[in-house]
Design a protein around this ligand. Structure first.
Ligand SMILES: C[S@@+](CC[C@H](N)C(=O)[O-])C[C@H]1O[C@@H](n2cnc3c(N)ncnc32)[C@H](O)[C@@H]1O
Length: 346
């Protein structure tokens, strides 16, 4: 890592170190989820979130003609809460439950330990690579996963492209713009570069998208990806950092804050389309409402005390509110071009 002054490293390498360095990385040394941690995600806000994902999974499995063998893979399972609730829900549906192999692809050994403690179900397997899964229809789930990937940023100044590096100067981290050739940019950004002065891309995420695409294309299935991001494709610097539920700069205390970026959903959609898959995109609020989150909340709160009922609806509101997560978060569903499944989207 950069611990000496005047050393410069590309932004993606810097983010990767700060989040995933095996000793000091943010996700490697402590449990960051929940009220006492640094941030909270949808599965932790309300169990109804994972229940809606479960309903969607069952319907998609039916659309795939109820394959006798199915892989459900959660990418980056964090606290393990979503997988735990999905398994609990699917236990009530014996046909899909018996058909499914559950997998978690997780990078952090510390989080794997936590997930194993939480999900004591024999059926879940932890994998390091996607090549380790059985060859059958596969559904990938990615909640707030790709935003935790390292990104590269390129900026065009006076007609020349520069790549953003991070340098350590007088013991302070600073951004440094390193001149690069257009071919260097093109190596990592495969879209057309027209009238663009800024590019933000995660080459690592794009590589994984290609691997996932191959599996879906060959074995059938799909990817459901939920994250905060934008759909107009207009590139901006979206790097952001949070520590103890407060915004900070990723340069101030990098190993102790969660550095993320907003997902450029158009870029993902284009990449899947290049890989011969088709995608639908909607807002999280609309997706959850179409899956019946409000009806479910009514049903489970019918006989509850007012305070408990208010708490459940408050949490649901956080997930679907148009001014917050309901529209900041988007849902992307990718599947084979001929597949017509669109539950939650149309
Ligand atoms: C922001 S957390 C989201 C956790 C969870 N999905 C949720 O919604 O609460 C990102 C998760 O992805 C994991 N992760 C990041 N990059 C990964 C990679 N390349 N392979 C596997 N897991 C990864 C992190 O360790 C962490 O568990």
């Amino acid at each position: 890592m950069i611990n000496k002054n005047n050393i410069k490293i590309p932004l993606d390498k810097f983010i990767s170190k700060t989040l995933y360095d095996k000793d000091k990385g943010f996700y490697m040394k402590k449990f960051p989820f929940g009220k006492d941690g640094d941030f909270i995600t949808s599965p932790e806000i309300s169990v109804l979130f994972s229940e809606m994902i479960s309903i969607w999974l069952i319907s998609f499995w039916e659309n795939l003609n109820k394959p006798k063998k199915l892989n459900i893979i959660e990418l980056g399972a964090g606290s393990g809460e979503m997988m735990l609730q999905i398994i609990k829900t699917l236990k009530n549906f014996s046909e899909i439950n018996l058909s499914t192999n559950f997998f978690i692809l997780e990078k952090s050994p510390l989080l794997i330990k936590n997930q194993k403690r939480k999900i004591k179900d024999q059926k879940v397997k932890w994998i390091k690579k996607l090549s380790n899964i059985p060859k059958c229809p596969t559904i990938f789930l990615a909640n707030e996963f790709f935003d935790a990937f390292p990104i590269k940023q390129y900026i065009k100044k006076n007609g020349n492209w520069h790549e953003r590096y991070v340098s350590l100067n007088k013991n302070k981290y600073e951004i440094y713009n390193q001149k690069v050739s257009i071919n260097d940019v093109k190596k990592n950004f495969e879209e057309k570069i027209i009238k663009q002065n800024f590019i933000e891309v995660s080459p690592l995420a794009m590589k994984l998208v290609d691997k996932i695409s191959k599996i879906i294309f060959k074995q059938n299935g799909g990817l459901l990806m939920i994250d905060y991001g934008f759909t107009n494709g207009i590139m901006n610097d979206t790097l952001q950092s949070v520590a103890k539920h407060k915004k900070t700069s990723f340069l101030i205390n990098p190993y102790n804050s969660d550095t993320t970026h907003l997902i450029n959903f158009k870029l993902f959609k284009n990449r899947f389309s290049k890989n011969k898959l088709s995608s639908l995109i909607t807002k999280q609020g609309s997706f959850l409402i179409k899956l019946g989150i409000l009806r479910r909340a009514e049903l489970i709160t019918q006989n509850l005390k007012f305070s408990k009922k208010a708490d459940i609806f408050y949490r649901v509101k956080r997930l679907i509110d148009e001014r917050h997560m309901g529209s900041l978060f988007k849902v992307l569903f990718t599947r084979k071009i001929k597949n017509n499944f669109d539950l939650g989207f149309k």
